[in-house]
Design a protein around this ligand. Structure first.
Ligand code: JHZ
Length: 422
């Protein structure tokens, strides 16, 4: 499925030279997924003949602080200026954001005069739940298309990247924030020192910075290799993250684990010297990470080996089904799905099409592999033998939704954490 004309960016053009947290040069690469287009770069039909830029994709671990990070960093403008990812089409995510907002309001006794700022606010879904309770909100997101949607919902939104410079302007204009949230965005930011300094500038002395991101231990233990892509520059465990936070005079006060996106953590960060103390959860996370040997290269090497086996088994299985004359489609044109398709070289010769609930993606084609994307309703009329679940993080929700397709004999192929049929 390689396009001979494709434009390959040279592999040292965007090469990472130093660890993003401790600035050490001792970076140990443990998995390369090849070169591929950015995973949210869905292609319009009229552009199918144009070359797509391909960028190297690989991961390494810093042997000093043990932060796992991409081997290459491509400019954020390429990925985020017009962004097609919106979590609010999923019931799971809506419920998750609602609970996060309600918990935060309760736990920290928020009042209408308090300001909540969301970094990477997307279409304003999370802030909407704070606004419902009449709390002051401000969104920040570089994607102009999504900032517009958010504003139409009445949520004040700045369409820009979050930087320390921007935080100074905001604090000048609106005062400090009681809560700053950042869900699934910290891993996207290259300059973490600037992020933390920006947060410090903007956060009230007794404020809380709440971050959520996928947890490295889940990624490794559940073989979630397809969540490794150009947008996700870092793959956090608590140990290196704690070092980052400390470097900026702040402290991790609490950590909670949840099942979002294959296993995530919510980290509560406060100013040193504020009224908050550290919960015992922080020590428990550090102990478990030590137990799982995250401060050695062993788990990373093992993971790299397993990923190659998963690719071999999946491709062999799909080819066998095709030989038997079975029809296969994809379900959920997720970014991670595009990583899997490109890494395994799965194109339209194996998958007839992909269905997806996001209207922006429908009518487009998957980056690199050029599989057409249709609305989910396509499966009301068509019953392919198998649907490869490319959004495995929503398996419960999707399998429930597609009960009729399954009753008609359609089956789901699920790849993560291991290959199975449902
Ligand atoms: P979904 C995103 O990755 C991007 P992706 C981002 N970089 C990030 O950090 C991670 O998430 C964590 C569709 N779908 O959310 C919608 C259905 O069709 O796993 C989406 O296109 N029917 C910010 O793109 C896709 O699946 C459904 O019922 O990997 C899921 O994409 C449901 C629930 C979803 O994120």
């Amino acid at each position: 499925m390689q396009n001979k004309d494709m434009k390959k960016e040279t592999s040292d053009e965007y090469l990472l030279k130093k660890c993003r947290i401790c600035h050490s040069e001792q970076l140990y690469p443990f998995l390369s997924l090849g070169t591929m287009p950015i995973p949210n770069g869905f292609v319009l039909e009229e552009n199918l003949k144009n070359e797509e830029s391909h960028y190297p994709l690989g991961v390494c671990v810093c042997k000093k602080c043990w932060l796992v990070q991409l081997t290459h960093v491509i400019p954020p403008e390429i990925m985020f200026k017009n962004y097609l990812y919106i979590p609010s089409t999923s019931k799971t995510m809506l419920q998750h954001f609602k609970t996060l907002a309600q918990d935060t309001i309760q736990r920290f006794s928020l009042k209408p005069s308090d300001l909540v700022i969301d970094i990477g606010s997307n279409d304003g879904t999370l802030l909407g739940y704070f606004k419902e309770q009449e709390i002051k909100v401000l969104g920040i997101d570089p994607a102009s298309n999504l900032a517009l949607v958010s504003r139409l919902k009445g949520i004040d939104t700045i369409d820009d990247f979050f930087t320390q410079k921007l935080s100074k302007d905001i604090v000048h204009e609106k005062g400090s924030a009681k809560i700053i949230t950042a869900t699934n965005v910290v891993a996207h930011i290259d300059d973490l020192d600037d992020l933390l300094e920006g947060v410090k500038t903007l956060l009230h002395h007794d404020g809380i910075f709440i971050c959520e991101f996928p947890y490295l231990l889940d990624l490794l233990s559940k073989n979630e290799f397809d969540t490794i892509y150009h947008e996700h520059l870092s793959y956090f465990s608590i140990s290196p993250f704690m070092q980052l936070v400390k470097n900026h005079g702040m402290m991790i006060a609490d950590v909670k684990r949840n099942a979002i996106h294959g296993g995530s953590i919510i980290v509560y960060i406060v100013n040193k010297g504020s009224k908050f103390t550290q919960e015992k959860s922080v020590r428990e996370f550090l102990t478990e990470e030590k137990l799982k040997k995250l401060d050695t290269i062993i788990p990373y090497k093992d993971f790299g080996r397993r990923v190659k086996v998963i690719r071999r088994d999946l491709v062999n299985y799909l080819k066998r089904l095709k030989k038997q004359g079975k029809r296969i489609v994809g379900y959920g044109a997720s970014a991670k799905g595009n990583v899997l398709l490109n890494y395994c070289h799965i194109g339209p010769e194996l998958l007839d099409y992909i269905v997806d609930s996001i209207s922006y993606k429908q009518g487009r084609f998957t980056p690199g592999t050029h599989i057409p994307i249709y609305p989910e309703s396509r499966l009301d009329k068509d019953t392919p033998d198998f649907a490869l679940l490319l959004a495995w993080n929503f398996a419960d929700e999707i399998l429930q939704k597609q009960i009729k397709y399954r009753e008609r004999g359609g089956q789901f192929i699920i790849t993560i954490p291991y290959l199975r049929i449902e």
